[in-house]
Write a protein that binds this ligand. Structure first.
Ligand SMILES: Nc1ncnc2c1ncn2[C@@H]1O[C@H](COP(=O)(O)OP(=O)(O)O)[C@@H](O)[C@H]1O
Ligand SMILES: [Mg+2]
Length: 360
């Protein structure tokens, strides 16, 4: 499935700027971004519920741009499920087969419904009404209704957002299993990075109607291309620094009163200001290391079970830094409390580097 230069405007407002996106057959791709960034708009364009302002949408090489929703090999699981309250579970699911342009003969329909129910783990619930189901079961009915027509592409708009946390984790596993068993393309929308990272082959990070970066969860986590992506996928301390020349394969930066070195440097000289990114979980408790050793003052300590989250101040830097450290790694005989000092270091390969007019 692909989008070619697709845009969507509402009056003067551009909800989606010219976007190219290519999704492989059977791939699980997630659109991720904050509320209002254009995720649902993109999904509705693929489903045919909105018309593109320009550009084309192709599925298996066929142009879908001007086809109505029911003539696209696509089904959608809507955020609110949109189940019919007056119909039973099986009637809700069979509804997907009764709409126009379906070639499923009447005799095959019951078997299709039974198969879909089994796939989502709802065998035996066929005669219930939606009101007699839990939130998680309703979610499964919505899934069954969307897959019963055997679409090539399944669109899912925040499919787990209405469920409580425990149930959501269970349904993540279910979604992954279903994707594998069906072998069809999934395009999911979420604002929850944990969900996106856990489920997706690739993630499309969006920001204000534009694609910020596309990559596998690992690529986005390890090599975010902008501070925005670094902070949205995982978390990052983003710090303004001043270039201080090269040191062999490393680039040196002045961060307040400390010099730190990053291995993430292009061949060009680094000059001027840059933004450095340090993930909270990449801080290490310093032993004898001298490279990238930061002498910090503890401002606040938050207990996170096996980890501590520390709010820290670095001399000459006015914003606090956050570090997450396993409790087992902490020095046993120095106090971890507000006001105390702690020395941490960060490997040069873990100092993310973003140009802020930095490369020349
Ligand atoms: N029918 C519409 N008319 C005008 N503006 C819209 C319409 N639908 C969405 N928008 C605007 O487009 C932007 C993106 O919306 P949406 O795609 O729903 O965001 P997301 O799903 O990422 O939260 C928002 O600013 C929203 O207000
Ligand atoms: Mg939305």
């Amino acid at each position: 499935m692909s989008l070619e230069g697709v845009t969507k405007t509402y009056g003067n407002f551009t909800a989606l700027h010219a976007t190219d996106l290519s999704v492989g057959e059977g791939e699980f791709v997630t659109l991720l971004g904050p509320s209002g960034c254009g995720k649902t708009t993109t999904l509705r364009l693929i489903g045919g519920f909105e018309r593109t302002s320009s550009g084309r949408i192709l599925i298996s090489g066929e142009d879908m741009t001007s086809r109505p929703p029911y003539e696209r090999p696509v089904n959608t699981v809507f955020q609110d499920y949109a189940l019919f309250p007056h119909m039973s579970v099986s009637q809700n699911i069979a509804y997907g087969l009764s709409v126009k342009s379906n070639n499923v003969p009447g005799a095959d329909r019951a078997a299709r419904v039974t198969e879909a129910l089994a796939l989502v783990g709802l065998a035996g619930m066929a005669d219930r009404r939606p009101e007699a189901l839990s939130g998680g079961q309703r979610q499964r009915v919505a899934m069954a209704r969307a897959i019963v027509r055997r679409p090539r592409v399944l669109l899912l708009d925040e499919p787990l957002s209405a469920l409580d946390v425990k149930l959501r984790e269970g349904m993540q596993v279910e979604l992954k299993r279903l994707h594998r068993e069906l072998g069809i393309t999934f395009v999911m929308v979420t604002h929850d990075q944990t969900e996106a990272l856990a489920l997706s082959d690739r993630i499309v990070v969006m920001n204000q109607g534009r694609v910020a970066q596309i990559g596998s969860p690992t690529e986005l986590y390890d090599n975010p291309s902008t501070p925005y992506v670094a902070d949205f996928i995982g978390a990052a301390n983003l710090l303004e620094a001043e270039a201080a020349g090269r040191d062999g394969a490393l680039a040196a930066f002045r961060l307040g009163g400390t010099v730190v070195r990053s291995a993430r440097v292009a061949s060009a000289a680094v000059t001027g200001k840059a933004i450095l990114g340090i993930r909270p979980e990449r801080f290490l408790v310093s032993g004898t290391e001298t490279a990238n050793r930061l002498a910090l003052t503890i401002k606040e300590v938050l207990f996170h079970g096996d980890r501590l989250r520390l709010e820290l101040m670095l001399e000459g830097v006015d914003r606090p830094l956050f570090a997450e450290l396993p409790r087992t790694a902490l020095p046993p005989d120095s106090p971890i409390e507000p006001g105390a000092g702690i020395a941490l270091h960060v490997e040069p390969s873990d100092i993310l580097l973003f140009a802020g007019g930095s490369t020349a």
